[in-house]
Design a protein around this ligand. Structure first.
Ligand code: ATP
Length: 300
């Protein structure tokens, strides 16, 4: 095999409940991931060394040194296999960078699947999931996609069957937000308020909405504990979310740690109209319609 291509989706969190700050600096989470049809492609070609190049809209914001998550994933896989391998990785990027849509994690998952194939390792998904968990808490989900509940730091995953397709609009913002800074702001706001932080609980109404494919019920149950912090850091996101609601979005939230805004639409036509209205009125610079759930990293 001289070249392999993997397609891997972005995610939105339809519930992100953040527990109190733990002594190890992490938070216990209840994190309901939902994979949506905005994709990066990872192409892996035979090569002496592991290298990466990035093409596409957001490419200038992605590092191509050893900090690139796709390189780290390929290295971790080679280490697991106990051999020295090379791969020339090309990422065709469509997922916003530092946008709260797990773009880096998607590329890591894509590189794992691509190199597993390129190098003829034939490792089962369970092994890839284990390596993925060490790379970052969102990477295992990027491998499986669909809809899933993550607990612990987000890395313990259970897949959730959904009763239909949901239609979304995503409005990426100019400039990213670092996930660490959003968690730090969340802790700061909580400390300032002095209120007790409850233990994160899975929302049963949200589960039912996902299971029955009820977009209206899903829209009214979307929640993100990081949203207040993202809005403090980027106040201009507030009017964007309001504009989506005014244009009939069933729910409007910041995606993960932001700053991408996510809007749930009634159906595919409404999603297209909503995306158009958000850009035409200047509420968002760009807006794309997408659907979910979609499968995780897949060879194409
Ligand atoms: P999450 O939703 O998992 O919190 P995110 O979508 O907000 O993550 P990413 O797009 O994963 O953020 O990028 C976070 C940072 O990771 C970027 O600022 C970038 O410097 C770095 N990074 C490393 N490798 C990649 C990659 N392959 N693609 C995108 N960013 C990468």
């Amino acid at each position: 095999m001289s070249s392999v291509t993997v397609r891997v989706p972005a995610k939105v969190n339809v519930q992100l409940s953040v527990g109190p700050l733990r002594e190890d600096g992490y938070h216990d989470l209840v994190n309901v991931f939902h994979a949506v049809s905005i994709f990066d492609e990872v192409v892996a070609k035979e090569s002496e060394a592991i290298t990466v190049r990035v093409n596409g809209k957001w490419s200038d914001q992605v590092p191509v040194d050893d900090s690139n998550l796709a390189i780290r994933a390929a290295r971790a896989l080679a280490k697991h296999a106990g051999r020295t391998y090379g791969a020339d990785l090309v990422i065709n990027k469509d997922i916003p960078v530092a946008g709260g849509m797990a773009g880096g994690s998607a590329d890591a998952a894509g590189a794992l699947v691509a190199c597993n194939e390129l190098w003829g390792l034939g490792l089962p998904l369970e092994d890839l999931m284990e390596i993925a968990g060490d790379l970052g808490s969102d990477v295992p989900f990027s491998l499986i996609g669909g809809t899933a509940v993550g607990t612990g730091r987000g890395e313990q995953l259970s897949e959730l069957p959904t009763g239909g397709t949901f239609h979304w609009v995503f409005a990426p913002a100019i400039g990213g937000l670092s996930t660490a800074s959003v968690y730090a702001e969340c802790d700061r706001l909580r400390q300032a308020s002095g209120a007790e932080v409850p233990w994160p609980q899975l929302n049963d109404s949200l589960m039912e909405a996902l299971g029955t494919g009820d977009a209206y019920a899903l829209g009214s149950n979307l929640s993100n504990d990081l949203q207040a912090a993202a809005l403090t850091l980027r106040p201009e996101l507030g009017p964007t979310l309001d504009a989506g609601r005014q244009h009939g979005a069933l729910g409007a939230i910041v995606s993960g740690s932001g700053p991408t805004c996510a809007f749930l639409a009634i159906d595919a036509t409404h999603a297209r109209d909503l995306a158009e209205s958000l850009t035409a009125t200047g509420a968002a610079r760009t807006a794309v319609a997408a659907h979910g759930p979609v499968q995780g990293a897949v060879l194409i």
